[in-house]
Design a protein around this ligand. Structure first.
Ligand code: ADP
Length: 263
């Protein structure tokens, strides 16, 4: 099903989680960014349109301001994201630049999605950028989003963006092959669910384990995101972003994942 989903989708939102963006030293994984940029460029040349939702501002910030690692104070965390966001976008600019592609940064907050004028502006900007062949890279605007007004995780932001842009497909990249019946990090015998048609039904058969060091939402927000957009007729693929040439492998059917499908 995954190859068909990718083949049939024209408008694809790709969300990359912090765990996928960080390397083992907790820095931005440049090799990953470059490989993904090359694959996205191929998809665009094949006639597809791509919007990226990228986490990683905090990871990038920590690689510069390592001495802030232990600061829990909200203002420091927001300052860290402000430092890191520039670094992150610099890394994306270079990665896509090598493939002759331009990118654009869009920073959003929850309020943006509840205000019809802002929503319209966002939609128009997204359509304009994509029509002009520029790849929008969306992230939450952590500098203005204090805890109470946060979207909170980029799975939800990716789902909202997919709905706003009327995407055909959302691809969530994490550090696991997909949704399992239990946390694969804790249980080596966990089984991968390859196709999910009825998300409420699937919820009854899985247990949700802990999340990772950099992750914020965990698997729960990915299931919620898939369910939210399913009602808009948008399918979701959850897959391991760290696998070699993963977009191509998914399209070829050589890399497994979980497909949340539309009836
Ligand atoms: P990301 O930063 O990529 O968005 P998160 O760390 O927030 O990812 O969430 C993914 C993590 O959720 C996985 O690394 C996995 O250990 C954990 N997890 C817990 N329960 C499950 C489950 N039933 N199936 C898959 N992953 C699970």
């Amino acid at each position: 099903m995954i190859p068909e989903l990718i083949a049939n989708a024209r408008k694809i939102v790709i969300k990359i989680g912090s765990n996928t963006l960080a390397d083992q030293d907790g820095r931005i994984n440049i090799a990953f960014l470059e490989e993904l940029a090359a694959q996205v460029t191929t998809l665009i040349k094949d006639g597809k349109q791509i919007v990226i939702v990228s986490s990683g501002a905090q990871v990038a910030g920590l690689s510069i301001m390592g001495k802030w690692a232990r600061k829990r104070d909200l203002h420091y965390r927001q300052a860290l994201c402000a430092v890191g966001q520039v670094e992150l976008m610099g890394a994306w600019t270079r990665a896509f630049g090598k493939n002759g592609q331009h990118i654009a940064q869009i920073l959003l907050t929850r309020d943006d999605f509840s205000d019809p004028i802002r929503t319209l502006n966002m939609r128009n900007t997204l359509f304009t950028l994509v029509d002009e062949g520029i790849i929008p890279i969306i992230n939450e605007n952590d500098t203005v989003s204090v805890e109470e007004i946060k979207i909170g995780d980029n799975d939800t932001l990716a789902a909202q963006s997919a709905i706003l842009w009327s995407a055909d497909l959302l691809i969530l990249f994490s550090d696991i092959d997909g949704l399992y019946n239990k946390n694969p990090k804790e249980y080596p015998d966990a089984e991968l669910l390859r196709e999910v048609w009825d998300i409420d039904e699937a919820r009854k058969h899985i247990t949700i384990g802990a999340t990772n060091s950099f992750g914020t939402g965990g698997i729960a927000t990915k299931i919620d995101a898939a369910q939210r957009i399913q009602s808009y007729g948008i399918a979701t693929i959850l897959a391991h972003g760290g696998k070699p040439r993963v977009l191509e492998a998914l399209a070829a059917g050589t890399q497994p994942g979980t497909a949340f499908l539309i009836n």
